[in-house]
Design a binder for this molecule. Structure first.
Ligand SMILES: [Zn+2]
Length: 85
């Protein structure tokens, strides 16, 4: 992370953040019992199973607990810088 972040909710926190890594795991379940039959890697998925396309990680504000993609925090930091000058 090499750009300033600012929480879009409490608008005061620029220092205390938690990085939440998103680790998609692809499962095949037994339709009757719900038991895990197989765990697949993304290249083993069949045509009916969409791979995860979301964020690789999320950021949580350490002060108010808001969790958003990093982009939202970076945009807010940019926006507030623009207002000050
Ligand atoms: Zn916050």
């Amino acid at each position: 992370m090499t750009r300033p972040l600012l929480c879009p909710t409490c608008k005061s926190n620029r220092m205390r953040f938690t990085v939440i890594e998103q680790m998609p795991r692809y499962m095949r379940l037994d339709p009757q019992s719900g038991e895990v039959v197989a765990e697949l890697s993304s290249d083993q998925l069949d045509a009916f199973h969409q791979p995860y396309k979301g964020e690789n990680f999320m950021i949580q504000c350490g002060v108010c607990g808001t969790t958003e993609p990093e982009e939202r925090f970076a945009k807010m930091a940019q926006h507030m810088q623009g207002q000050r000058s």
